[in-house]
Design a protein around this ligand. Structure first.
Ligand code: 5GP
Length: 188
């Protein structure tokens, strides 16, 4: 049953699965072709941003036929009082990333502050390469410029969406589709 907060479904499970398979093929081909990659370097380290990237990362990586390891980071934006865009690290990576190829997997890039913060933190650890894959992108809302290498779907309008990892007050992450939240339920 469709939750009361939802206005409409924008991406069905079938549409998501098809796009995720396409992305996976493209990413795996890019890493396979290597761009001068040293074959003795350690496997790709896929870094999922908790919690929103969970279903996307699971589906994406299972469709990528290349050696890889998983790691995770959890971040949260400061609420209220502090300056907007400030980001707090709740969980850092388990693995050292120096000289490794890193692929960040994100649910959605909105203002770009979260990703900007993460990229800055990771760059100083000197990975061999650092790429970003996001399921959804809202370029119209960008406040800081961030490099995004792979995008599942671009949202042109300022829509607040839930499902397939994305939450509304921690709920609805498990919806198999992506839906738009009704304006009356949106905080902004
Ligand atoms: P940014 O730092 O780019 O502004 O925000 C990124 C984070 O904001 C995302 O990881 C996500 O948690 C949240 N976010 C931004 N837009 C949406 C949206 O449309 N729906 C949901 N559920 N979360 C969003």
């Amino acid at each position: 049953m469709k939750p009361e907060i939802l206005e409409r479904v924008i991406y069905s499970p079938e549409e998501i699965a098809a796009r995720v398979r396409e992305l996976a093929r493209q990413i795996a081909a890019d890493y396979r072709s290597g761009g001068g990659r040293d074959p003795y370097r350690r496997p790709l380290l896929v870094v999922g941003l908790l919690k929103g990237a969970l279903p996307f990362m699971a589906d994406l990586t299972r469709a990528m036929d290349i050696p890889m390891e998983y790691d995770f980071m959890a971040v949260s934006s400061y609420q209220g009082g502090t300056s907007p865009g400030e980001v707090r690290i709740l969980k850092d990576l388990d693995s050292p990333v120096g000289a490794r190829d890193l692929l960040i997997v994100e649910d959605i890039v909105d203002t770009g502050h979260t990703l900007d913060h993460i990229l800055r933190r990771l760059k100083v650890r000197e990975p061999a390469s650092l790429r970003v894959c996001t399921l959804l992108d809202k370029p119209a809302r960008r406040e800081v410029e961030v490099p995004v290498d792979y995008v599942g779907f671009t949202l042109e309008e300022n829509l607040f969406v839930v499902g397939y990892g994305l939450d509304y007050a921690e709920l609805y992450r498990n919806l198999p589709y992506i839906g738009v939240v009704k304006p009356e339920y949106q905080e902004r």
